[in-house]
Design a binder for this molecule. Structure first.
Ligand SMILES: [Zn+2]
Ligand SMILES: [Zn+2]
Length: 504
């Protein structure tokens, strides 16, 4: 049964491909040319599931979060207001000052931010900086090997490039010793034995302009880096990576990188692509557009465990993210039995107390009472659900905060209470009488139908009216159950108050 879970399948593939390894290296990449986002964290969470499965099989597994901080800055991120960065375009991001002034470099700041986000997840990982690895010589041998096998590398890479870009392409980019830029250099000669390159700093890339310097320098010790088409495959070879996941948009790059790894005497990792998340309209969610619900702002309305679940559910399936998605995942994750095979993956950071209510219930309560004070809501919940344990109370508080955020962001702005016609008023009065005398869930439900039918009103119109009057929106939970849960007195009070609101 457990073998059906995808992390287990992935772990089995890894062990099958690398049966001799005594420790498995699982990599995720991070581009620190801008602020980290939850997408990066999501990839680490998924990789963590595979690491857990490997550990279940008695294997050692290490997650390596690799920061590409040797990459040149191509453009100033729109959310960073530091026009002076212009003069640093084309420099490795680890050699650019921190725009916020608090860390040792531009990428130092982004790396620290990512580490904070990761530390909050309770996942063990090793953080690896490309710049540090290049500088300390980890790449030296493989850089030299790439020059020696240049022909094979060109045979693989050039056909993937546009004709006009092929001329003079070289897998290694020197860092100009004069101006410090890396995006503006080109290699014009090389010597495998001395592991040096002749280069000119005369290229232009976006806002970066080469200084014109010509020189000869060693490729090792951080004086150069692999260019982007060769970089990923070289990294797999240098570190002996066993596993990596990536978004669907990188399928072609991964294919290319597997070939590069082999040329550089490495063995390509087991890899897996995942589908991207879509927004409510079904469009791919873009990093640069920070609107609507996304993985980035998920934890404003959902728990970390609901996010884990989102990452756990078949990564090969496209998922739309909407406000309904948060509710759905929250409800499922709160109802998940501790015996379910995925439970321990979802709750890897600690289990939760069982609660007598769902997240939808809480959102309905907040919508009905129209209150955002957590203390008041907690006492409501206590009335409805009875005494809770200290642990349950604490968890409820967190869920209520999320439900309040949900209510404030999505429901309150659209909340509208109807003004009633005389006939509608009479129907509502009959409903109040009904719930005053009936306590049984089903009796309330059928009684509500009967009220509508007797008055010649389509029942669905009457239910809609009730939702609008009670919740300020056109749909909601099953009325019978909701009234029984909230209590007739409270519902009556809510109806009276909301109708008064509508009169004002
Ligand atoms: Zn900083
Ligand atoms: Zn230069």
């Amino acid at each position: 049964m457990a073998a059906q879970l995808w992390p287990v399948q992935q772990a089995e593939k890894i062990i099958q491909k690398f049966p001799q390894a005594d420790k498995y290296l699982l990599e995720t990449g991070f581009g620190p040319s801008g602020h980290p986002h939850m997408g990066t964290v999501g990839e680490v969470i998924r990789t963590h599931f595979v690491a857990m499965a490997l550990r279940d099989m008695g294997k050692e597994a290490v997650i390596q979060v690799f920061s590409d901080d040797m990459d040149g800055l191509r453009k100033i991120p729109t959310n960073i207001k530091a026009p002076w960065l212009e003069e640093h375009l084309g420099k490795p991001v680890s050699a650019i000052p921190d725009p916020y002034g608090c860390c040792d470099s531009f990428s130092g700041h982004m790396n620290n931010q990512l580490r904070q986000m990761l530390d909050a997840t309770d996942i063990d990982y090793e953080f690896v900086s490309a710049a540090q690895q290049y500088k300390s010589g980890t790449y030296n041998q493989v850089l030299q090997l790439a020059m020696q096998r240049l022909k094979s590398i060109l045979e693989v890479i050039l056909p993937t490039m546009r004709e006009e870009n092929r001329q003079g392409w070289f897998p290694i980019l020197p860092v100009c010793e004069n101006c410090g830029l890396v995006n503006t250099t080109r290699v014009v000669g090389y010597n495998v034995d001395t592991a040096t390159v002749d280069y000119q700093c005369d290229q232009q890339l976006k806002g970066a302009v080469g200084c014109g310097h010509k020189g000869t320098q060693p490729v090792g010790d951080g004086r150069s880096k692999f260019g982007w088409k060769a970089d990923w495959g070289a990294r797999w070879a240098v570190f002996g990576i066993h596993y990596e996941m990536y978004g669907k948009d990188l399928i072609e790059s991964a294919k290319l990188s597997r070939q590069i790894t082999k040329i550089l005497d490495g063995k390509p990792p087991v890899d897996m692509f995942y589908e991207m998340f879509l927004d409510e309209e079904g469009k791919k969610i873009s990093k640069s557009v920070g609107q609507g619900l996304s993985v980035d702002n998920w934890t404003r309305w959902g728990t970390a465990e609901a996010l884990n679940y989102l990452m756990f559910r078949n990564p090969r399936q496209q998922k739309k993210l909407s406000r309904e998605t948060v509710i759905q995942y929250m409800d499922e994750v709160l109802q998940m039995s501790a015996e379910a095979p995925e439970y321990r993956f979802i709750y890897f950071a600690g289990s939760r107390p069982s609660l007598p209510m769902s997240y939808s219930d809480l959102i309905n309560i907040v919508s009905a009472v129209g209150v955002t004070d957590i203390g008041v809501l907690k006492s409501f919940a206590r009335d409805i659900y009875g005494q809770l344990s200290g642990e349950q109370e604490q968890y409820l508080e967190l869920l209520l905060q999320l439900a309040v955020n949900f209510y404030s962001d999505f429901i309150l702005p659209e909340r509208k209470f109807p003004r009633l016609s005389p006939q509608q008023s009479e129907l509502i009065d009959r409903f109040i009488n009904l719930i005053g005398s009936e306590t049984d869930t089903d009796a309330i439900q059928t009684g509500t139908y009967t009220i509508a039918k007797e008055a010649g009103v389509p029942p669905k119109d009457f239910f809609r009216l009730l939702y609008e009057v009670i919740l300020g929106k056109p749909s909601g939970p099953r009325i019978g159950g909701f009234v029984a849960q909230m209590g007739a007195e409270r519902i009556t009070e809510i109806i009276r108050r909301n109708l008064q609101h509508a009169q004002q």
